[in-house]
Design a protein. Structure first.
Length: 178
C-alpha cells in the first residue's frame, strides 16, 4: 500500500513538472519576437493578396459596376497609386477577374510600416458582349504601406518583366558556340 502511494506521488510530481514546463514554453513562445514578426508577415501577405485581386478585377458591364470597381481600387490603395486611381473614370467595356496564384512577402519593416510583395496573377478578361474570357498571367511587385487604421494597402504596383524564351535560347546557343 505504501509503495502505491509513493508511486502515485512520484507520478503526480512528474505530471506537474511536465505541465509547468509546457506552460513556461507556451509563455516564452507567445512573447517571442520572431513569432510576432511571422504573424505580421502573414497579415501583410493575406491583405496584399486580397488587394492585388481587387486592383486587377473590374466588372465594366455597366457604368454602375465600373464605378463600384474603381471605388474598390481606391479603397485597396494608398499614396501615389490612390491619387492616380482617383483620376480613373468609369467606362462600359471589357471586364476582368483576377486570381492570385502565388504570392510572397519579400521585405517587411514593421517599424516603418512598409512591405514588398511579389505575386503571379491570372486575369480572365471578357470583352464587352462576349461570353468567353481569355486568360493572361502577370507577375507583379507591390509596395504596401500600413495605414492609420492598421491595415496594409498598396502604395505602388509594377509589372515584373518575364525573360522571353527566344532570348534564353539565344543565350544558350551563344554559350554552346564557345
Amino acid at each position: 500500500m505504501r509503495r502505491a502511494r509513493v508511486l502515485a506521488g512520484a507520478a503526480l510530481a512528474v505530471a506537474l513538472a511536465f505541465c509547468g514546463t509546457g506552460a513556461w514554453t507556451y509563455a516564452q513562445a507567445r512573447t517571442d519576437d520572431a513569432l510576432a514578426f511571422g504573424r505580421d508577415r502573414d497579415d501583410v501577405l493575406a491583405q496584399g493578396r486580397d488587394h492585388l485581386v481587387v486592383l486587377n478585377t473590374l466588372d465594366a458591364s455597366t457604368r454602375e459596376h465600373a464605378e463600384a470597381g474603381i471605388e474598390a481600387w481606391r479603397d485597396a490603395s494608398t499614396g501615389p497609386l490612390h491619387t492616380e486611381l482617383g483620376a480613373a473614370r468609369p467606362v462600359v467595356g471589357a471586364s476582368a477577374r483576377a486570381t492570385v496564384t502565388e504570392a510572397a512577402v519579400t521585405a517587411l519593416d514593421t517599424r516603418a510600416g512598409t512591405a514588398k510583395l511579389i505575386a503571379t496573377v491570372r486575369v480572365d478578361v471578357t470583352p464587352q458582349g462576349a461570353s468567353k474570357a481569355t486568360s493572361d498571367r502577370k507577375r507583379l511587385e507591390a509596395v504596401l504601406e500600413r495605414t492609420g487604421d492598421d491595415t496594409w494597402k498598396v502604395k505602388a504596383l509594377s509589372a515584373v518583366p518575364v525573360a522571353g524564351a527566344a532570348g534564353s535560347r539565344a543565350a544558350t546557343a551563344g554559350s554552346e558556340a564557345r
